[in-house]
Design a protein around this ligand. Structure first.
Ligand code: GAP
Length: 489
């Protein structure tokens, strides 16, 4: 699917589009419409249930999105959360250097410095992609968005660049409240802000984004034994320095020196993408970062990448980062509060394993993977629990007793499921509208449903989105039938 096709679908079907588009839109900032907002909320809920709520020592917290300067100096963001930008001396356009070079077929590693970029520009004779003018000296550009607070706007702060900092800053308080046990997980689902220079990639490069991040604080001497046994899954992994994935078993990964607890969490993520979201095997992979591409504080860093056809390749949608004790040590120094813990008579700085996902990127990815054209029909075969509606209810004709019965059914099941009611247009068109936004089931009320003499009295037709199969189900059995179908999906 082409980008324009996906963006066109997203607008037409009430999913997402550039914010303030009646004023011409704004780069890197998007709104979700009524269907997209439901899919996003349901994805977040699914992520929360799967990664956080199943473990009673993991908790959801809700940190502020405005942070004072000090913690972001301590975390290293004020100094190092930079992109290298380059401006044109003639047309005054600015570009993110790696994106500009990559668009010209010149690949640059993630952590490339301004000097390295300058060397490449000189070597290759690169000029402005817009006007062929001479490029200025590349420079580091901090991506945080600053805010000034107070009546004289004298207090400097930032919109948080990642949700993770709230978990680090609240670690010690939560550790104390929750009876001083490790491992302990703190998750945040919420907005983060980055002043991206070239945000031209739909939901993949946003200035206001939503992250779902879980920070697991643990004792590095014990976590291998505490996390559980490996299932022995075979997963697609590109191990540094290779950039090509191969199927590798969990045991092989451990034999290659990746900590067992890390591999256990790779299995967890693999199950989420394959079994829960239904992304086909081979369409997603772990991609290990190493050398200059890996942040210096990460001991092991793998991106979770999905083949996104609209962007023509594998794209990062999440990551698993073994961050060692970097974060708590940094905040201990910055805040002058000792964040080390004493467990079983041993004092140490807990280590952090971070499971980090971009919610918006996952929403785009889901549409990319599950939106299919079947002849004239468009079907969004989302996992059932993620669709904006669980079920639609239609009277065959939109008036009189048929409509009354259909409304009665819709209101009876409406307290448990999200129901779409539609009384107008041909049944075929009504099915097509529901297929396109991913509604897994449609219930049609026809004359037999209300005819007391019919052997189909008080039954309705349930038609499934994916295979278009139809089944007659008793009206009093509908609630159980829908629950079963949703649970089995
Ligand atoms: N706490 C770690 C952290 O923030 P990151 O790789 O910078 O790591 C986490 O961001 C996730 O947020 C990424 O995996 C990606 O999916 C998403 N993300 C990052 N920048 C983004 C952007 N500009 N637009 C949309 N999603 C983004």
């Amino acid at each position: 699917m082409e980008i324009e096709e996906l963006s066109g679908f997203a607008k037409r079907a009430g999913f997402f589009w550039p914010a303030a588009d009646i004023y011409g839109g704004v780069s890197g900032i998007f709104d979700y419409g009524h269907n997209g907002a439901m899919v996003k909320r349901r994805f977040e809920q699914l992520w929360l249930s799967y990664f956080v709520l199943r473990n009673q020592d993991y908790h959801l917290i809700d940190g502020s999105t405005i942070l004072p300067e000090k913690p972001l100096v301590a975390s290293g963001h004020a100094e190092r959360f930079n992109d290298i930008i380059v401006g044109c001396s003639k047309c005054k356009s600015y570009f993110r250097a790696d994106v500009m070079l990559s668009d010209m077929g010149i690949e640059v590693h993630d952590g490339a410095t301004a000097d390295e970029i300058e060397g490449i520009i000189k070597d290759k004779g690169v000029r402005c992609p817009k006007c062929s003018g001479e490029l200025m000296e590349p420079k580091a550009f901090n991506m945080m968005i600053d805010v000034s607070l107070g009546p004289e706007r004298a207090d400097r702060g930032y919109l948080r660049p990642e949700t993770a900092q709230s978990s680090y800053m609240n670690f010690f308080r939560e550790f104390s409240i929750t009876r001083k046990k490790l491992p302990m997980g703190l998750a945040v689902i919420g907005r983060a802000y980055r002043n991206e220079i070239s945000p031209r990639q739909g939901l993949f490069r946003l200035r206001e984004l939503t992250q779902a991040e879980l920070q697991i604080f643990f004792d590095p001497e014990k976590f291998d034994g505490e996390c559980g046994e490996l299932e022995g899954r075979k997963m697609f992994v590109a191990l540094y320095p290779s950039t090509k994935e191969a199927e590798i078993s969990s045991e092989e990964l451990v034999a290659k020196g990746i900590p067992k607890f890390y591999v256990w969490h790779m299995e967890l993520i693999d199950k989420f993408y394959y079994e829960v979201l239904g992304v086909p095997r081979g369409r997603f992979r772990f991609f290990e970062k190493g050398g200059n591409d890996k942040a210096f504080y990460n001991k092991v860093h793998m991106d979770l990448e999905v083949m996104v056809e609209s962007w023509g390749g594998f794209k990062e949608v999440g990551g698993l980062h073994y961050r060692g004790d970097y974060d708590l040590t940094a905040h201990t120094k910055g805040s002058k509060q000792d964040l080390s813990v004493s467990v079983d008579g041993r004092r140490f700085m807990p280590n952090v394993l971070e499971l980090s996902f971009g919610v918006d990127r996952n929403i785009w990815m889901l549409v990319d993977v599950f939106l299919k054209k079947e002849g004239e029909r468009s079907v969004l075969s989302l996992p059932m629990g993620l669709a904006p509606y669980d079920v639609a209810v239609f009277p065959l004709q939109g008036s009189g007793d048929l409509e009354a019965k259909a409304r009665e059914i819709a209101s009876a099941i409406g307290s448990r499921f999200r129901v779409f009611f539609d009384r107008s247009g041909s049944i075929g068109k009504r099915y097509a509208r529901m297929d396109e936004i991913g509604t897994p089931m449609c219930i049609t009320v026809d004359f037999d449903t209300i005819d007391e003499k019919s052997d189909k009295h008080n039954t309705a037709t349930v038609r499934m989105r994916d295979d278009r199969s139809q089944e007659r189900v008793g009206v009093d059995k509908l609630e159980g039938y829908i629950s079963k179908k949703l649970a089995l999906s």
